[in-house]
Write a protein that binds this ligand. Sequence first.
Ligand code: URA
Length: 263
Amino acid sequence: MFPDAAQMAPDLAQALLAWQVEMGADEPILDRPVNRYELAAEAPKAAPPAAAPKAAAPVAAADPVAVARAAAAAAATLADLAGAQAAYGLCDLKKGARNFVFADGNPQARVMVIGEAPGREEDLEGRPFVGRAGKLLDRMFAAIGLSRTAPDAGAALYITNVLPWRPPANRDPEPAEIAMMLPFLQRHVELAAPRLVVLMGNTPCAAALGQRGIMRLRGTWTEAFGRPVLPMTHPAYLLRTPSAKREAWADLLSLRARLEGGA
Ligand code: URA
């Protein structure tokens, strides 16, 4: 420690003072320096700090798929399911979306169409397939006598998406997002109980069949959710690739044939 200034050579005391000023000291507090190391040794022992509160046991992060499964399973009606899915808080897409987009059309319909996710217009309006691709979808199904506005179940369509919230900038849904929405989709199909399901594009094929490759899958009936499903190319793809409409028309005819066959 520094010696008492009174015992110090004046030039050393002055040099020390100049150094302290340079370090930012601008106010003398006491006449004599205090050796705080000695004070600390003499100071009465402070009372030991109160016992720190016990750290809470670490809470395991919720498994998003398990939470979704439980919420979906508890829904007894489509209205319950919409409420449970809208309230689900583990999908970050919800934070960026303006609206929750559940479904449109007639839930009594024999045919349920499953798309990918809301786009800009759907997010604004809160209804699936209302943009350009949706208008084409309406025309496609109208060509085989089906419409989302038909009150008669035989002529009606029921429409939903794998994801109820718009992905930012319409990016592709991520596998984890599909996985956490799948229990809701499964329950949605179970409660609507359509005779036939159309999977529009790769995302619903990934969700329902665990497979991508819509150009290979399209047009071949298979089974998912315990009922017949038909993969088809997405209307947004048909807008970009009009030459693919021919095959889409063949798929629609196959759907009509199933319905006429009593599905
Ligand atoms: N594309 C989809 O897959 N779903 C919509 O609702 C709109 C566009």
